[in-house]
Design a protein around this ligand. Sequence first.
Ligand SMILES: CC(C)(COP(=O)(O)OP(=O)(O)OC[C@H]1O[C@@H](n2cnc3c(N)ncnc32)[C@H](O)[C@@H]1OP(=O)(O)O)[C@@H](O)C(=O)NCCC(=O)NCCS
Length: 227
Amino acid sequence: MEHKPDGLKGTVVRSRLQRALAHPFGFRRLLVRELRLNEDLPSIEPRVPATLCRLGPEDWSDLIALRPFLTEEVIRLRLSNGHRFYGARVDGRTVHVQAMAVGKAFNSFLDIVFPLSPVEIYFYEAYTLPEYRGQHISPAVTVWAAAEMRKAGYERALVFIYPHNRPALQANARQGFRQVGHFGYVDLLGVRRYFYWSRGGGFERVPNRLLVRKQSLVPMDIQGTIW
Ligand SMILES: CC(C)(COP(=O)(O)OP(=O)(O)OC[C@H]1O[C@@H](n2cnc3c(N)ncnc32)[C@H](O)[C@@H]1OP(=O)(O)O)[C@@H](O)C(=O)NCCC(=O)NCCS
């Protein structure tokens, strides 16, 4: 019976090795873009009559229908951390949703939780139903929500964008965001190193670092939360 722990350890090591050999190299990068809330925000009118709103408990089923990876439990967890959900309705139907974080945020693509400063907000998971895209609904909601957060004293809004997501880049440029940096990681034979680099803006609480362990970049005590 005593050999069992070693056997388990051996299995873990073997499976890590197999994973590392199957995917010896990995690279992920997101653009960091910023909107200064103390500057004039653009005025954006959706091209269809849409009602912009902050989503409440009565909207959770609509939100989950558009973002099926969400559950009521995750929504509650996010709300308890101060996050908000926004959306747009056309003829009573929810056609767009997006989320906004304060305090700290999670990015599943980079598998990292990162801190936000007390004046930063972070927009994420914007989604417009395909048949309503191109109507300026997403940028109108973001700017509307940003104006609401400006009144509450926040100074800067940040987003991540996948470098090849052209519609998101276009919508984001329309909102007045500008490119300030990059956040990503490199995997080499099962060893992961993160990088964050920004200039003239970006996340105040994330230091510029190249190819460092996660714990050298962000506080480890905020990692591991389910979002
Ligand atoms: C990114 C996204 C939220 C933009 O929402 P939107 O309400 O369509 O925003 P906009 O109306 O400003 O359109 C942005 C760009 O989408 C593209 N677009 C226009 N019509 C489109 C259509 N019918 N279908 C797809 N994309 C279209 C255009 O490039 C447009 O920019 P342009 O008007 O300057 O040419 C939406 O495309 C989406 O839900 N994509 C899938 C999820 C996603 O990628 N989210 C972003 C994560 S960062």
